[in-house]
Design a protein around this ligand. Structure first.
Ligand code: HEM
Length: 120
């Protein structure tokens, strides 16, 4: 896939991923969280996967395979952490304040890495 379609999918996935975190968080506050929680998990899974697929569409379009930069490796670790943090949010609702801070911090770091591309 080309650069522009990959980037659009990357950014939409990012928006939906954070929306899904909000849905799961909101579900932890409801007495009957069934549908919202389920929809949140489904959206999280789909957007997490499309974030990854579009990331590697971008990597390929930008010819970054040969010398994969460290900032992109760190983003891959952040992507894994964003996948795991949904479990924390769902299974430990009492920690949801800290978990949301952690998730937001991971998002800020990944966006900074993508825009600033620091030489790590
Ligand atoms: C699997 C891990 C990831 C990889 C390998 C990756 C890689 C990339 C690449 C190659 C670009 C294009 C940079 C350019 O246009 O010059 C990009 C853009 C971007 N990524 Fe990722 N990404 C990953 C995950 C994430 C995550 C988890 C987030 C946020 C939570 C994120 C946020 C962004 C943003 C906001 C941009 C646009 C930057 C800009 O337009 O300047 N990415 N990413």
């Amino acid at each position: 896939m080309g650069y522009v379609p990959s980037k659009i999918i990357h950014l939409i996935s990012l928006a939906v991923l954070f929306l899904s975190f909000g849905m799961i968080l909101a579900a932890t506050l409801q007495t009957n969280p069934g549908k919202l929680r389920k929809a949140g998990f489904i959206l999280h899974g789909i957007s997490w996967l499309t974030l990854f697929l579009s990331a590697f569409g971008l990597v390929s379009a930008l010819g970054m395979h040969a010398a994969f930069p460290k900032w992109a490796s760190v983003k891959t670790v952040i992507w894994v952490a964003l996948g795991l943090s949904v479990l924390l949010l769902a299974k430990r609702p009492k920690l949801s304040g800290i978990t949301m801070l952690l998730i937001s911090g991971l998002g800020v770091a990944a966006i900074w890495l993508a825009v600033a591309k620091p030489a790590l």
